[in-house]
Design a protein around this ligand. Structure first.
Ligand SMILES: NC(=O)c1ccc[n+]([C@@H]2O[C@H](COP(=O)([O-])OP(=O)(O)OC[C@H]3O[C@@H](n4cnc5c(N)ncnc54)[C@H](OP(=O)(O)O)[C@@H]3O)[C@@H](O)[C@H]2O)c1
Length: 162
């Protein structure tokens, strides 16, 4: 399993239920990595997407405790047990955690690769993930050149489980 996220220098990932920044190059990077794959998200992240629908061109799973929850283009999972059961159907290399913090923080340990877009700014987030640089089980294996967009500098960083 893999994880893909954009985080600011404090490991903030969201504010007021939405993303911290509009970075089209990062969106393209996200799409390139997840197209044709399986994505796992929390209910709040799903509800932040356009039309509150699953992402096109991907197999979408949404976690919620609400047993009556329905969302277009999504399979609803009501527990961690249901998540592991559903994932038996897929090659784990094809599965991406796509947020939000509840999902990343609880399940990142199951990922062997982390794709982190590191934004070099403090964007005043209210939602944070674990600082992967402080997790001794992960190491950086590549970092792109800096990209500048909409006044922000960011780098595509890949971590691998040791
Ligand atoms: N920067 C990025 O790359 C990125 C990516 C994605 C999201 N985000 C941001 O992250 C923020 C949302 O993160 P969040 O942590 O508040 O919410 P979230 O992780 O998107 O969703 C949390 C919800 O998921 C459900 N859930 C989680 N674990 C579950 C489990 N084991 N069993 C059943 N349901 C489970 C619960 O839904 P119920 O309450 O319905 O039970 C929970 O309230 C937003 O600001 C969003 O824009 C950022």
């Amino acid at each position: 399993m893999k994880l893909i996220v954009a985080a600011d220098k404090k490991w903030g990932i969201g504010k007021n239920g939405g993303l911290l920044a509009n970075l089209p190059t990062d969106m393209a990077y996200f799409k390139e990595h997840t197209s044709g794959k399986v994505v796992i998200m929390g209910r709040k992240t799903l509800e932040s997407l356009p039309g509150k629908k699953g992402l096109p061109g991907r197999t979408n799973y949404v976690l919620t405790s609400n047993k009556n929850y329905e969302a277009e283009n999504c399979t609803v999972l009501n527990s961690e047990e249901e998540l592991w059961e559903a994932l038996k159907k897929h090659d784990s290399d094809d599965v991406f955690l796509i947020g939000g913090a509840a999902i990343y923080n609880n399940y990142y340990r199951f990922c062997d690769k982390l794709y982190v877009t590191k934004i070099d700014a403090d964007l005043g987030a209210d939602t944070f993930i674990k600082n992967f640089d402080e997790d001794k089980d992960y190491e950086i294996i590549s970092e792109s050149e800096a990209v500048t967009e909409n006044g922000l500098i960011f780098r595509f960083t890949e971590y691998k489980k040791k």
